[in-house]
Design a protein around this ligand. Structure first.
Ligand SMILES: Cc1cc2nc3c(=O)[nH]c(=O)nc-3n(C[C@H](O)[C@H](O)[C@H](O)COP(=O)(O)O)c2cc1C
Length: 335
């Protein structure tokens, strides 16, 4: 008997696959490009890169695409476990087809995993928090849990805390930020993904309003999505922002490492949410290979920095609305 027969009527399987992909699509992606698609034949669920959605300027080598798809792969794995599916997971299973990123081969049916279900629920309500975080440092035991969550398949997280390290890091991030802002092609690409009422891109409603006369005081500059136009999310005036910074590393720098770094980032973000901590990717200094190399050299890090996040206590007040995703039918093909 085939697995699809075991799993019951085709309509049921299709509905479950749609639900899994809907969960997985809540993953964060650079500029909310959602550079992914899935195919499902009743037995094998494939996650593929959608290269038509790769950023040509900010993501020339497809690094951020792989991080984004890694996050989607992690949510796919969690959603499968939530639905009680067991699966074998292979990363980049076909050397002749590099856009086939992760293959989930269904192996059978088990109980729904309550821990995975809880994580999927948290991921569904997560959003990138771009306001100033609430006051106070993140507790050491929470940082330990975040570190543990990100420890996955050769990936690890580091939380710089020494004053000199923070200063050096801020300098590198600022210079990457300035470099990108000064590039008209980069600015044009960001502007092209600023969209209201769309099912991808970044709407005004999630971008902070930063009045020109009152710039943010932050240890680490945020990516500026404003391009001269104020967003609509109010931030606390005069806050002296000292976010917790997480850097996600791998020992080597293969495509599989980048996918796994994306999976680890998703795990870290979910653990943060479970601990009442909000997060936002901060990727200016890791978008491009040249920046990553410079960052690694200047910081004298052994590992390869793949991703940076800022984290802190969830701020008071209304959070930004959830950013939209494309309908499942646009990203899932069932055969
Ligand atoms: C690889 C990657 C890089 C990102 N870089 C930034 C960034 O530099 N600044 C920022 O504010 N958000 C960044 N984001 C967050 C995305 O903009 C966000 O995930 C997307 O708009 C969807 O919104 P959501 O996370 O609230 O669901 C990044 C996300 C990923 C996956």
């Amino acid at each position: 008997m085939t697995l699809s027969q075991l799993l019951g009527p085709t309509g049921f399987v299709r509905a479950e696959a749609s639900s899994i992909v809907a969960c997985a699509s809540r993953a964060p992606s650079i500029h909310n490009t959602q550079p992914w698609r899935w195919t499902f034949d009743g037995h094998v669920l494939d996650l593929r890169a959608d290269r038509t959605r790769q950023l040509h300027v900010a993501d020339r080598d497809g690094h951020s695409l792989l991080i984004s798809c890694g996050a989607a792969a992690e949510l796919t794995a969690l959603a499968l476990r939530t639905h009680g599916w067991t699966s074998n997971v292979s990363v980049l299973p076909d050397v002749t087809d590099p856009d086939l990123l992760v293959r989930f081969t269904l192996t059978g049916r088990d109980q729904s995993d309550p821990q995975a279900a809880g994580m999927v629920t948290v991921a569904a309500g997560r959003r990138s928090e771009r306001r100033a975080f609430g006051p106070g440092p993140v507790a050491v035991e929470v940082i330990d849990r975040l570190r543990e969550a990100a420890q996955f398949a050769g990936v690890y997280a580091h939380f710089p805390s020494r004053a000199e390290e923070m200063v050096e890091l801020a300098v590198v991030v600022s210079s990457a930020d300035r470099f990108q802002r000064a590039d008209p092609l980069f600015a044009a690409e960001v502007a092209s993904w600023r969209r209201d009422g769309a099912d991808d891109g970044i709407p005004d409603s999630v971008i902070p309003e930063v009045p020109a006369h009152s710039p943010r005081h932050t240890d680490m500059p945020l990516r500026d999505f404003e391009a001269g136009i104020a967003g609509s999310q109010l931030i606390t005036a005069g806050a002296d922002e000292k976010p917790l910074i997480a850097v996600i590393f791998t020992d080597t720098d293969t495509s599989a490492d980048r996918l796994n770094a994306g999976r680890a980032m998703m795990r870290l973000m979910i653990q943060a949410e479970l601990d009442g901590i909000a997060s936002c990717p901060l990727s200016q200094s890791v978008d491009l290979l040249a920046f990553r190399t410079r960052l690694r050299t200047l910081m004298s890090w052994n590992g390869h920095p793949q991703m940076m996040l800022r984290l802190g206590h969830r701020p008071a007040g209304h959070p930004a609305p959830l950013t939209a995703r494309r309908p499942v039918d646009d990203v899932l093909t069932m055969t």
